[in-house]
Design a protein around this ligand. Structure first.
Ligand code: PGA
Length: 227
């Protein structure tokens, strides 16, 4: 059975109370999932410690990571500081590339840092040149990493790409990088998730807006696990 991922990206959202409410709702309402489904939640850094591993069975991720080791880098959080605390780190989300001018070189540095500290990179890409820039990191990447393909026009717009075009992009990415799982992201909601999951080369979805409401996120996950 294909391994499938559902990644919720909270972006820059939620007060502490709202985060605690989400975690409480998810913990109480989410049923046991089949073994082949991995749910990853990427809240803001300071929410991470609110998640109780005993009651909330999600894999935790962060939305970014420092390209540097620990030291005099004000405001940064280095991979070594999160070792053992999170399993995944998103790197190079299109919003970081656009609003914070992140480059392919910085993305590659960040990937190296997390791999050195047993955190799995979820590298976000919108174009094939961004995928090709990861080539030097293969094969370690293919073994430990996940790719989240997000066409920029689909993010937060309510206009998702078609499953066919996402599948073609996923196939191209696998051709370049080898067998890392490729997820599709961009306006994924409960109503359209099945179309993406049913495609041959797509191993899951990245969900922004629709992950902010725990009940909606649970509903979306149920369509993935019913596949
Ligand atoms: P969206 O965001 O689901 O709100 O479009 C996806 C993402 O950027 O991860």
């Amino acid at each position: 059975m294909k391994k499938l991922y559902v990644l919720g990206n909270w972006k820059s959202n939620k007060t502490m109370d709202e985060a605690a409410f989400w975690i409480d709702t998810y913990s109480k309402k989410q049923k046991n999932l089949p073994e082949n489904i991995t749910v990853i939640v990427c809240p803001a850094f300071h929410h991470v410690s609110l998640f109780d591993k005993q009651t909330c069975s999600v894999a935790l991720g962060v939305q970014d990571i420092s390209a540097f080791d620990t030291g005099a880098y004000t405001g940064e959080i280095a991979a070594s500081m999160l070792e053992g605390l999170v399993t995944y780190a998103m790197i190079g989300h299109p919003e970081r590339r656009i609003h914070f001018s992140e480059t392919n070189e910085q993305v590659a540095e960040k990937v190296k840092k997390v791999l050195a500290h047993n955190i799995k990179p979820v590298v976000c890409v919108s174009h094939m040149d961004q995928v090709r820039s990861l080539r030097t990191l293969v094969p370690e990447y293919a073994k430990n990493g996940v790719i989240l393909y997000e066409p920029t026009g689909a993010i937060g717009t309510g206009i998702a790409g078609t499953p066919e075009s996402a599948n073609n992009a996923a196939k191209e990415i696998i051709n370049i990088l080898g067998n890392a799982p490729v997820l599709y992201g961009g306006s994924v909601v409960p109503e359209n998730v099945s179309g993406f999951i049913n495609e041959e080369y797509i191993s899951g979805v990245g969900v922004g807006g629709a992950s902010l409401d725990a009940e909606k996120f649970i509903q979306l996950i149920s369509y993935v696990s019913d596949k």
